[in-house]
Design a protein around this ligand. Structure first.
Ligand SMILES: [Zn+2]
Length: 77
């Protein structure tokens, strides 16, 4: 995975994790996803993760686990 992609995906994950990003940051992510198919694919996958996690909220599921999983995915890519 290219360094640029890694950077963008990490930001995208923050965004999906409901961290507040500036409009500029979100635009940068969007622009990159538009021109980088592998990242778009990754982003789609990740969206599933976040949806799954929010469904698990209120249970004992630890968000740290999800973060570790994401980290693993990033390292494998
Ligand atoms: Zn990319």
């Amino acid at each position: 995975m290219k360094e640029r992609c890694r950077e963008v995906l990490q930001r995208a994950y923050l965004f999906l994790d409901e961290e507040v990003l500036s409009i500029e940051e979100r635009t940068q992510i969007q622009v990159h996803l538009d021109e980088c198919a592998p990242c778009l694919e990754h982003y789609g996958l990740e969206r599933e993760f976040v949806l799954a996690t929010s469904r698990l909220k209120g249970r004992d599921e630890c968000p740290q686990k999800l973060k570790a999983k994401i980290q693993t995915l990033l390292e494998e890519a």
